[in-house]
Design a protein around this ligand. Structure first.
Ligand code: IMP
Ligand code: MG
Length: 177
């Protein structure tokens, strides 16, 4: 049976997202920026982060699928939806819910490099550094977490629980507790 334990409340998340937005605003002062959300997990983070960035902001989205079960990835990443516009000469921020093995963002960052953007940055709400396979790091990280499976605020378990306002750890118990 699944049991949820709150790891970060909606208030903690909101405060952190405001911090990240202020940092991005300062780092890119006077520049235009394209936020590229990785569907679907990043949508809620992107929506909140965008409103904390006081710059000329536009949105684009990319979708990838990774083979494997809900909790375990196989390592193969496939492009499902590319960006709509060329990123040539743009300041791009890849917005992702969680940086885990790093396979997804490594794949997407390589893909976008081919567009010759002016700059590429990565904003990840969560980071599980202990799980990293590819040596990639985010420029903006909300919270570092240990190797625990989390849901809520966009993050899913088999497509469910994205709408939970808090970020929760999924704990599976065999005794039905
Ligand atoms: P990576 O390619 O291993 O870095 O995986 C990134 C993707 O794995 C994220 O976009 C999530 O969709 C998924 N993921 C990794 N850890 C979790 C988790 O704890 N909860 C929900 N999804 C996760
Ligand atoms: Mg996911």
């Amino acid at each position: 049976m699944e049991h949820f334990r709150v790891l970060f409340t909606r208030d903690q998340i909101a405060a952190k997202v405001a911090e990240l937005g202020a940092q991005i605003t300062a780092d890119l002062a006077g520049e235009a920026v394209v936020l590229i959300g990785v569907l679907k997990g990043a949508t809620i983070f992107l929506a909140d982060l965008a409103r904390e960035i006081k710059l000329d902001v536009s949105f684009d989205f990319i979708a990838v699928s990774s083979y494997g079960s809900a909790k375990q990835q196989s390592g193969e990443v496939k492009l499902v939806k590319d960006v709509d516009q060329s990123m040539e000469g743009k300041n791009v921020i890849l917005v992702e819910d969680i940086l885990d093995s790093g396979l997804t963002l490594t794949y997407i960052a390589k893909l976008l490099q081919a567009h010759q953007p002016k700059s590429i940055r990565i904003a990840a709400l969560l980071d599980k550094p202990s799980r990293r396979i590819e040596p990639i790091r985010a420029d903006y990280v909300g919270f570092q977490i240990p190797d625990q499976f989390v849901v809520g605020y966009g993050l899913d378990f088999a497509e469910r629980y994205r709408n939970l306002p808090d970020i929760c750890v999924v704990e599976t118990t065999s005794d039905g507790a």
